[in-house]
Design a protein around this ligand. Sequence first.
Ligand SMILES: [Zn+2]
Length: 406
Amino acid sequence: MNDKKIEEVKGRQILQVQDVFFNNPLKDVYTAALPIAGCAWVDTGDGVVLIDTLIRENVAKKVYRKIKGKIKYIIYTHGHRDHVGGAAAFLADNPEIIANKYLSDRLDKYKILAAHRAHVTAVQFNFPDIKYHTNYIYPTKTFLGEMTISLGNKTFKLHTARAETDDVCWVHVPEIKTAFIGDLIIGFFPNIGNPWKPTRFALDWAKTLEEIRNLDLEYIFCSGAGIMYKGKRVYKALNANIEIIRSLHDQVVDYINQGMHVSEMIHAVKVPEHLKKNPYLKIRYSRPEFFVYNVYRWYHGYFDDNPAHLLPRPEKEVKAEIFGLIEDPNKILNRARELFDNDQSQLGLQILDVLIQADPENIEARKLRIELLSELGAQDYCLMSRNAWVYFIDKDKEFLRSKGEI
Ligand SMILES: [Zn+2]
């Protein structure tokens, strides 16, 4: 009998937070932040330039009420919902809305994939009852390359890039030595790699941060504008992010050239020792394994050089065959439990999956899976993987409840 204590694992529900934190960190620059999203506005003496809009209209309205002066421009740093979702709250003065040329395509994509994205958001953000809205406010003016806006006593130099997304627009305001860089830095290990999303542009991301590093800056605003770095910390944050991206990217490239399987690669690629405790790179949102998958998928097709995987039969069918040879569910349950007891819960989860794929309603298997997932989740500080474990624990509990088992 297992004597391990099963910890209840809780997800992180940052999307539900409604409290907006306001700040005025330097003259003429104001910010509003939620845990995942931030926005900033700059007073020019001849109207306001708003950079990003928070995630939803209801919280964005709280920001609108704080803004003094006419909003002349809204700039989207990219099309993620937590940057464009609140735009409807800021339209009273009929501002020009400026974005990267590809941002509108992203909003179109969100509309055609609404059902899928609702599911992804439910898992990734532990938000099971999400209502996925597609009522986006599109830009009124788009561009590629560089664009300059002069307003009042400030100049806004806009630059497009491919980094977290293909529709990045970062903003440099030289008069106040400030750059607004959206999610190019998020205060943690960079968001390069998300198990549910298309690939990010790792190498271009590093090059964009290098371009920003070449500027004479006193401030950068990042993670929307929820995080600000000042003085030396500007360059420390930039250096740390550039170094980790280049290091992990180059390791993946080397391993691809060596023909390593991606399931080995995610364990072989290492964060350099001197960056492991770097305060700018804590594993809180994404994680190195997701980064590896990301770069691998960018450079590599789906085929892993195993002829059994070129045109495979459905996974369920294959595992049902294997289970047919094993015959006894207890053999699988016992081995999976042994692995759990030996702190090899990931391997246990994959072994148990043979039984669950062959017999999804096996009560003992679903109970054991909750234990395995709880162990994986308990030590996991990455928001995305932690929330995934929690989502599937909740699904298993829901199933057991429906059978009167808990
Ligand atoms: Zn983003």
